[in-house]
Design a protein around this ligand. Structure first.
Ligand SMILES: *Cc1c(COP(=O)(O)O)cnc(C)c1O
Length: 350
Protein backbone atom coordinates (compact mmCIF):
# COMPACT_ATOMS: atom_id res chain seq x y z
CA UNK A 1 0.00 0.00 0.00
CA UNK A 2 1.14 3.50 -0.74
CA UNK A 3 2.67 5.38 2.19
CA UNK A 4 0.79 8.62 2.84
CA UNK A 5 3.25 10.56 4.99
CA UNK A 6 3.52 10.63 8.78
CA UNK A 7 0.42 12.76 9.48
CA UNK A 8 -2.01 10.51 7.59
CA UNK A 9 -0.30 7.30 8.71
CA UNK A 10 -0.40 8.26 12.41
CA UNK A 11 -3.40 10.55 12.26
CA UNK A 12 -4.87 9.53 15.62
CA UNK A 13 -1.64 10.73 17.27
CA UNK A 14 -1.53 14.03 15.36
CA UNK A 15 -3.34 17.30 16.23
CA UNK A 16 -5.08 17.76 12.86
CA UNK A 17 -8.73 17.84 11.81
CA UNK A 18 -10.76 17.68 8.59
CA UNK A 19 -9.97 21.32 7.88
CA UNK A 20 -6.20 20.97 8.12
CA UNK A 21 -4.63 21.03 4.67
CA UNK A 22 -1.82 18.50 4.95
CA UNK A 23 1.42 19.72 3.42
CA UNK A 24 3.41 16.56 2.81
CA UNK A 25 6.10 15.03 0.65
CA UNK A 26 5.35 11.56 2.00
CA UNK A 27 8.09 11.83 4.61
CA UNK A 28 8.75 8.98 7.06
CA UNK A 29 8.69 5.25 6.35
CA UNK A 30 12.49 5.36 6.29
CA UNK A 31 14.40 2.06 6.33
CA UNK A 32 15.40 0.37 9.56
CA UNK A 33 18.51 -1.37 8.35
CA UNK A 34 20.04 -4.33 10.18
CA UNK A 35 23.78 -3.73 10.50
CA UNK A 36 25.09 -7.24 10.09
CA UNK A 37 28.80 -6.53 10.22
CA UNK A 38 28.82 -4.04 13.08
CA UNK A 39 26.43 -6.27 15.06
CA UNK A 40 28.95 -9.10 14.78
CA UNK A 41 31.83 -6.84 15.83
CA UNK A 42 30.03 -5.87 19.04
CA UNK A 43 27.90 -8.92 19.86
CA UNK A 44 24.64 -6.98 19.72
CA UNK A 45 21.71 -6.62 17.31
CA UNK A 46 22.15 -3.22 15.75
CA UNK A 47 19.75 -1.44 13.44
CA UNK A 48 20.19 1.95 11.81
CA UNK A 49 17.09 4.11 11.46
CA UNK A 50 18.19 5.89 8.33
CA UNK A 51 16.26 9.15 8.46
CA UNK A 52 18.65 10.66 5.94
CA UNK A 53 16.30 9.16 3.35
CA UNK A 54 13.52 11.64 4.04
CA UNK A 55 12.47 14.00 1.20
CA UNK A 56 15.02 16.70 2.07
CA UNK A 57 17.54 14.26 3.53
CA UNK A 58 16.99 14.63 7.27
CA UNK A 59 14.51 13.80 10.04
CA UNK A 60 13.52 17.47 10.17
CA UNK A 61 10.88 16.69 7.51
CA UNK A 62 8.85 14.68 10.06
CA UNK A 63 8.39 17.77 12.17
CA UNK A 64 8.19 20.21 9.30
CA UNK A 65 5.19 18.56 7.61
CA UNK A 66 3.15 19.17 10.76
CA UNK A 67 4.62 22.60 11.61
CA UNK A 68 3.92 23.92 8.10
CA UNK A 69 0.45 22.31 7.89
CA UNK A 70 -0.50 23.93 11.20
CA UNK A 71 1.05 27.27 10.20
CA UNK A 72 -1.21 27.24 7.13
CA UNK A 73 -4.24 26.28 9.22
CA UNK A 74 -3.49 29.15 11.61
CA UNK A 75 -3.14 31.63 8.74
CA UNK A 76 0.60 32.30 9.11
CA UNK A 77 2.00 35.26 7.13
CA UNK A 78 5.42 33.63 6.71
CA UNK A 79 7.62 31.13 8.53
CA UNK A 80 11.05 31.77 10.00
CA UNK A 81 13.79 29.60 11.47
CA UNK A 82 17.39 29.60 12.63
CA UNK A 83 19.29 26.62 11.38
CA UNK A 84 22.54 24.69 11.37
CA UNK A 85 21.35 23.67 7.88
CA UNK A 86 18.82 20.88 7.86
CA UNK A 87 15.96 22.86 9.39
CA UNK A 88 16.44 25.57 6.77
CA UNK A 89 16.40 23.00 3.95
CA UNK A 90 13.26 21.33 5.27
CA UNK A 91 11.50 24.59 6.11
CA UNK A 92 12.29 26.02 2.67
CA UNK A 93 10.98 22.91 0.89
CA UNK A 94 7.72 22.54 2.82
CA UNK A 95 7.06 26.28 2.73
CA UNK A 96 7.59 26.26 -1.05
CA UNK A 97 5.02 23.50 -1.33
CA UNK A 98 2.55 25.41 0.82
CA UNK A 99 3.11 28.67 -1.05
CA UNK A 100 4.41 30.33 2.13
CA UNK A 101 7.37 32.68 2.38
CA UNK A 102 10.31 31.14 4.26
CA UNK A 103 12.93 33.22 6.04
CA UNK A 104 16.00 31.36 7.28
CA UNK A 105 18.92 32.54 9.40
CA UNK A 106 22.11 30.51 9.25
CA UNK A 107 25.53 30.92 10.86
CA UNK A 108 27.70 32.31 8.07
CA UNK A 109 30.17 29.73 6.73
CA UNK A 110 29.18 27.09 9.28
CA UNK A 111 26.65 25.03 7.41
CA UNK A 112 27.38 22.09 5.15
CA UNK A 113 27.37 22.85 1.44
CA UNK A 114 24.54 20.51 0.45
CA UNK A 115 22.18 22.10 2.99
CA UNK A 116 22.92 25.60 1.76
CA UNK A 117 22.37 24.41 -1.81
CA UNK A 118 18.95 23.13 -0.81
CA UNK A 119 17.79 26.33 0.89
CA UNK A 120 18.88 28.30 -2.18
CA UNK A 121 17.19 25.91 -4.61
CA UNK A 122 13.89 25.87 -2.71
CA UNK A 123 13.81 29.66 -2.86
CA UNK A 124 14.09 30.66 0.80
CA UNK A 125 15.04 34.17 1.89
CA UNK A 126 18.42 33.41 3.42
CA UNK A 127 20.33 35.54 5.92
CA UNK A 128 23.83 34.34 6.77
CA UNK A 129 24.61 35.93 10.11
CA UNK A 130 27.88 36.76 11.72
CA UNK A 131 27.31 34.56 14.78
CA UNK A 132 26.46 30.99 15.74
CA UNK A 133 23.17 29.07 15.82
CA UNK A 134 22.28 30.29 19.30
CA UNK A 135 22.55 33.95 18.29
CA UNK A 136 20.60 33.23 15.09
CA UNK A 137 17.79 31.78 17.20
CA UNK A 138 17.73 34.89 19.40
CA UNK A 139 17.30 37.02 16.26
CA UNK A 140 14.56 34.71 15.01
CA UNK A 141 12.59 35.23 18.22
CA UNK A 142 12.95 39.01 17.77
CA UNK A 143 11.89 38.96 14.13
CA UNK A 144 8.95 36.66 14.85
CA UNK A 145 7.67 39.10 17.51
CA UNK A 146 8.21 42.17 15.39
CA UNK A 147 6.71 40.85 12.13
CA UNK A 148 4.24 38.27 13.50
CA UNK A 149 6.01 35.36 11.86
CA UNK A 150 5.61 31.69 12.75
CA UNK A 151 8.77 30.09 14.13
CA UNK A 152 9.36 26.55 12.86
CA UNK A 153 12.37 25.72 15.01
CA UNK A 154 11.85 22.88 17.47
CA UNK A 155 10.45 25.30 20.06
CA UNK A 156 7.37 25.05 17.83
CA UNK A 157 5.56 22.16 19.59
CA UNK A 158 4.34 20.67 16.29
CA UNK A 159 7.92 19.87 15.30
CA UNK A 160 8.38 17.40 18.15
CA UNK A 161 4.89 15.95 17.69
CA UNK A 162 5.69 15.17 14.04
CA UNK A 163 9.12 13.81 14.87
CA UNK A 164 7.76 11.30 17.40
CA UNK A 165 6.53 9.32 14.38
CA UNK A 166 10.02 7.84 13.99
CA UNK A 167 9.62 6.03 17.32
CA UNK A 168 6.29 4.61 16.08
CA UNK A 169 7.90 3.35 12.89
CA UNK A 170 10.66 1.55 14.80
CA UNK A 171 8.13 -0.17 17.08
CA UNK A 172 5.88 -1.09 14.14
CA UNK A 173 8.90 -2.73 12.52
CA UNK A 174 10.79 -4.57 15.30
CA UNK A 175 8.89 -3.78 18.50
CA UNK A 176 10.59 -1.76 21.22
CA UNK A 177 14.41 -1.93 21.21
CA UNK A 178 16.42 -2.00 24.43
CA UNK A 179 18.53 1.03 23.57
CA UNK A 180 18.15 4.04 21.28
CA UNK A 181 21.35 5.97 20.52
CA UNK A 182 20.79 9.43 19.12
CA UNK A 183 22.74 12.64 18.46
CA UNK A 184 21.74 15.67 20.54
CA UNK A 185 21.93 19.26 19.33
CA UNK A 186 18.97 21.41 20.24
CA UNK A 187 17.71 18.26 22.02
CA UNK A 188 14.32 18.23 20.31
CA UNK A 189 14.66 14.87 18.61
CA UNK A 190 15.58 12.82 21.68
CA UNK A 191 12.58 14.44 23.42
CA UNK A 192 10.32 13.63 20.45
CA UNK A 193 11.38 9.97 20.37
CA UNK A 194 10.74 9.65 24.09
CA UNK A 195 7.28 11.18 23.63
CA UNK A 196 6.59 8.67 20.84
CA UNK A 197 7.73 5.62 22.79
CA UNK A 198 5.70 6.66 25.83
CA UNK A 199 2.55 7.22 23.77
CA UNK A 200 2.90 3.78 22.18
CA UNK A 201 3.48 2.28 25.62
CA UNK A 202 0.43 4.01 27.09
CA UNK A 203 -1.68 2.76 24.18
CA UNK A 204 -0.53 -0.82 24.72
CA UNK A 205 1.36 -0.99 21.42
CA UNK A 206 4.61 -1.91 23.21
CA UNK A 207 5.13 -3.43 26.64
CA UNK A 208 8.47 -1.90 27.61
CA UNK A 209 10.43 1.27 26.96
CA UNK A 210 13.96 1.78 25.61
CA UNK A 211 16.91 3.45 27.33
CA UNK A 212 17.43 6.79 25.59
CA UNK A 213 21.15 7.38 25.03
CA UNK A 214 21.88 10.90 23.75
CA UNK A 215 25.25 12.16 22.50
CA UNK A 216 26.58 15.66 22.13
CA UNK A 217 29.87 16.56 20.48
CA UNK A 218 32.57 17.17 23.10
CA UNK A 219 33.12 20.76 21.92
CA UNK A 220 29.40 21.49 22.06
CA UNK A 221 28.21 19.57 25.12
CA UNK A 222 26.22 22.00 27.29
CA UNK A 223 23.97 19.33 28.78
CA UNK A 224 26.88 17.08 29.71
CA UNK A 225 28.82 19.96 31.22
CA UNK A 226 25.77 21.53 32.84
CA UNK A 227 26.44 25.01 31.45
CA UNK A 228 25.78 27.07 28.34
CA UNK A 229 28.69 26.84 25.89
CA UNK A 230 29.30 30.31 24.44
CA UNK A 231 31.42 29.18 21.50
CA UNK A 232 30.47 25.62 20.59
CA UNK A 233 32.83 23.93 18.14
CA UNK A 234 32.58 20.60 16.35
CA UNK A 235 32.99 19.13 12.91
CA UNK A 236 29.40 17.88 13.30
CA UNK A 237 27.83 21.23 12.38
CA UNK A 238 24.24 19.98 12.80
CA UNK A 239 24.82 19.64 16.55
CA UNK A 240 27.01 22.71 17.01
CA UNK A 241 24.68 24.24 19.61
CA UNK A 242 25.63 25.75 22.95
CA UNK A 243 22.23 26.41 24.54
CA UNK A 244 19.68 23.75 23.54
CA UNK A 245 16.01 24.73 23.53
CA UNK A 246 14.82 21.31 24.79
CA UNK A 247 17.52 20.97 27.47
CA UNK A 248 15.11 19.99 30.29
CA UNK A 249 13.07 17.66 28.11
CA UNK A 250 16.22 15.81 27.06
CA UNK A 251 17.43 15.41 30.65
CA UNK A 252 14.00 14.09 31.49
CA UNK A 253 14.02 11.61 28.58
CA UNK A 254 17.41 10.26 29.59
CA UNK A 255 16.52 10.19 33.30
CA UNK A 256 13.06 8.60 33.02
CA UNK A 257 14.26 5.96 30.58
CA UNK A 258 17.33 4.92 32.56
CA UNK A 259 19.51 6.25 29.77
CA UNK A 260 22.03 9.06 29.75
CA UNK A 261 23.41 12.04 27.88
CA UNK A 262 27.12 11.90 27.23
CA UNK A 263 29.58 13.29 24.71
CA UNK A 264 31.87 11.97 21.98
CA UNK A 265 34.91 13.68 20.51
CA UNK A 266 35.16 14.80 16.89
CA UNK A 267 37.75 12.07 16.45
CA UNK A 268 35.24 9.44 17.67
CA UNK A 269 32.61 10.92 15.36
CA UNK A 270 34.83 10.77 12.29
CA UNK A 271 35.88 7.23 13.10
CA UNK A 272 32.26 6.13 13.39
CA UNK A 273 31.38 8.08 10.21
CA UNK A 274 33.91 6.12 8.18
CA UNK A 275 33.23 2.80 9.92
CA UNK A 276 29.50 2.97 9.18
CA UNK A 277 30.09 3.73 5.53
CA UNK A 278 32.86 1.18 4.99
CA UNK A 279 31.40 -1.65 7.10
CA UNK A 280 27.73 -1.28 6.14
CA UNK A 281 27.58 0.92 3.05
CA UNK A 282 25.59 3.57 4.88
CA UNK A 283 26.61 7.19 4.40
CA UNK A 284 25.26 9.55 7.02
CA UNK A 285 26.40 13.03 7.91
CA UNK A 286 28.93 13.59 10.73
CA UNK A 287 26.32 14.63 13.34
CA UNK A 288 24.46 11.36 12.70
CA UNK A 289 27.62 9.37 13.34
CA UNK A 290 27.59 10.67 16.92
CA UNK A 291 24.99 7.95 17.62
CA UNK A 292 27.31 5.15 16.51
CA UNK A 293 30.29 6.82 18.20
CA UNK A 294 28.22 6.87 21.38
CA UNK A 295 27.34 3.21 21.00
CA UNK A 296 31.00 2.26 20.57
CA UNK A 297 31.88 4.25 23.69
CA UNK A 298 29.17 2.56 25.74
CA UNK A 299 29.99 -0.94 24.49
CA UNK A 300 33.61 -0.32 25.51
CA UNK A 301 32.42 0.82 28.95
CA UNK A 302 30.36 -2.41 29.30
CA UNK A 303 27.16 -0.37 29.54
CA UNK A 304 25.38 -2.31 26.74
CA UNK A 305 24.91 -6.00 27.44
CA UNK A 306 25.67 -8.60 24.78
CA UNK A 307 22.73 -9.60 22.64
CA UNK A 308 20.84 -6.32 23.21
CA UNK A 309 18.70 -4.86 20.45
CA UNK A 310 19.98 -1.38 19.70
CA UNK A 311 18.81 1.28 17.27
CA UNK A 312 21.17 4.07 16.19
CA UNK A 313 19.37 7.06 14.72
CA UNK A 314 20.97 8.39 11.54
CA UNK A 315 19.53 11.86 11.41
CA UNK A 316 20.86 13.13 8.08
CA UNK A 317 22.22 12.03 4.71
CA UNK A 318 25.98 11.92 4.12
CA UNK A 319 25.60 13.73 0.81
CA UNK A 320 24.62 16.86 2.72
CA UNK A 321 28.22 17.44 3.71
CA UNK A 322 30.50 16.49 0.83
CA UNK A 323 33.42 18.52 2.22
CA UNK A 324 33.87 16.31 5.26
CA UNK A 325 34.05 13.17 3.11
CA UNK A 326 36.29 14.60 0.40
CA UNK A 327 38.50 16.17 3.08
CA UNK A 328 39.46 12.64 4.14
CA UNK A 329 40.38 11.48 0.58
CA UNK A 330 42.36 8.63 2.13
CA UNK A 331 41.79 6.21 -0.67
CA UNK A 332 42.58 8.35 -3.66
CA UNK A 333 45.91 7.74 -5.37
CA UNK A 334 46.79 10.20 -8.11
CA UNK A 335 48.38 8.42 -11.07
CA UNK A 336 49.53 9.09 -14.63
CA UNK A 337 47.25 8.52 -17.62
CA UNK A 338 49.07 5.38 -18.73
CA UNK A 339 47.48 3.19 -16.05
CA UNK A 340 50.89 1.74 -15.14
CA UNK A 341 50.55 2.48 -11.41
CA UNK A 342 47.03 1.07 -11.38
CA UNK A 343 48.26 -2.26 -12.73
CA UNK A 344 51.02 -2.36 -10.10
CA UNK A 345 48.60 -1.56 -7.33
CA UNK A 346 45.92 -4.02 -8.34
CA UNK A 347 48.46 -6.81 -8.74
CA UNK A 348 49.22 -6.46 -5.06
CA UNK A 349 45.60 -6.03 -4.08
CA UNK A 350 43.36 -8.40 -6.02
C1 LIG B 1 18.92 18.78 13.69
C2 LIG B 1 19.89 17.68 13.62
C3 LIG B 1 20.40 17.03 14.76
C4 LIG B 1 20.06 17.45 16.14
O1 LIG B 1 18.72 17.26 16.50
P1 LIG B 1 18.12 18.05 17.72
O2 LIG B 1 16.68 17.79 17.69
O3 LIG B 1 18.46 19.49 17.48
O4 LIG B 1 18.81 17.54 18.95
C5 LIG B 1 21.24 15.96 14.58
N1 LIG B 1 21.62 15.56 13.35
C6 LIG B 1 21.17 16.16 12.25
C7 LIG B 1 21.63 15.67 10.93
C8 LIG B 1 20.30 17.23 12.33
O5 LIG B 1 19.87 17.83 11.23
Amino acid sequence: MMWKGIIEEYREYMPVNEKTRIITMLEGNTPLIYAENISKDFGINLYFKYDGLNPTGSFKDRGMTLAISKAMEDGARAVVCASTGNTSASCAAYAARAGLKAIVLIPDGKIAKGKLAQAIAYGANIFAIDGNFDSALRLVRDMADRFKLTIVNSLNPYRLIGQKSAAFEICDCIGCPEYVFIPVGNAGNISAYWMGFKEYFNNGKIDKLPHMMGFQAAGAAPIVEGRVIEKPETIATAIRIGNPVSWDKAINAAGESGGEIDSVTDEDILKAYRYMASAEGIFAEPASAASLAGLIKKVEQGRVSQGSTVVCILTGNGLKDPDTATGLSLHIRHVSGSGKEIIEDLEGMI
